[in-house]
Design a binder for this molecule. Structure first.
Ligand code: SF4
Length: 244
């Protein structure tokens, strides 16, 4: 009797694994089709494309950044330059390096195209991209954020993430009120995106211009946030998949 139960249990578990694989494959195809459509998007006249996205990773963890910079649209990868180096150094403190992160976490953003330089028009922004330190990047406006939210909503619908990592005040403020980073970083928040409930762990923006992550209380709060990510079941499940 025990053997029969064990065999039945084994069959059920094999079936579950098989349906999970089928589901993941379907999600991957949906993500690939979604990203092909995203690459063609030209809805915002002030933005510089192409739209940037990460790998079509079927993951229960999603990272949501602000918008790509001038380097990202050159190399066609999110967080590909100095801010990315800093961001990935934070994840290394909890045991996941850049390559592993890109393969196991879905990388999304509030806006997918480069907004250009502050106060610059399209032509000027393109020229000033050659000297990135001369001006900061323009913050996407409300209309651009609204237009671009359709892409994030589709990704939420496909992946139904259990954990979203929100990077920077603009990304955090789309999902919760935030006056000061001190009030929201270092905690796990329950949020609803597009009718889907999940946990959100906010992080500061890793831009070199911000001193918040390297001065107190930011330094301690950032450490707390990284510990929360490390302990989250979805993080463990997603980032350990490749190691099995
Ligand atoms: S920012 Fe988003 S909505 Fe605007 S053009 Fe780029 S992809 Fe399209």
């Amino acid at each position: 009797m025990r053997c029969i139960q064990a065999m039945n249990h084994g069959q059920i578990s094999l079936k579950t694994d098989k349906s999970k694989t089928v589901h993941n494959n379907q999600c991957r195809i949906q993500l690939q089709q979604h990203q092909q459509r995203l690459e063609q998007c030209t809805l915002c006249p002030q933005m510089f494309g192409p739209a940037i996205h990460g790998l079509p990773v079927v993951s229960k963890v999603m990272l949501i950044g602000q918008a790509p910079g001038f380097k990202e649209i050159e190399v066609l990868r999110p967080f590909a330059w100095t801010a990315g180096k800093k961001l990935f150094s934070w994840f290394e403190t909890i045991g996941v390096d850049e390559t592993h992160f890109r393969k196991t976490v879905y990388m999304s953003a509030i806006c997918r195209c480069y907004p250009g330089k502050k106060t610059a028009g399209k032509k000027q922004a393109s020229n000033s991209a050659q000297s990135p330190k001369a001006h900061g990047d323009r913050v996407p406006d409300k209309n651009e954020i609204k237009q671009c939210s359709q892409w994030l909503q589709s990704e939420i619908n496909i992946l139904k993430p259990a954990l979203v990592i929100l990077v920077g005040k603009l990304a955090i403020s789309q999902f919760m009120p935030v006056k000061k980073l001190d009030e929201v970083i270092g905690k796990t928040h329950r949020i609803i995106i597009n009718g889907h409930q999940c946990d959100a762990i906010p992080l500061p923006h890793p831009s070199g211009a911000s001193t918040w992550p390297v001065t107190e209380p930011g330094k301690t709060l950032l450490k707390q946030a990284m510990t929360l990510i490390k302990k989250h079941p979805a993080w463990n499940e997603s980032t350990h998949l490749l190691q099995r």
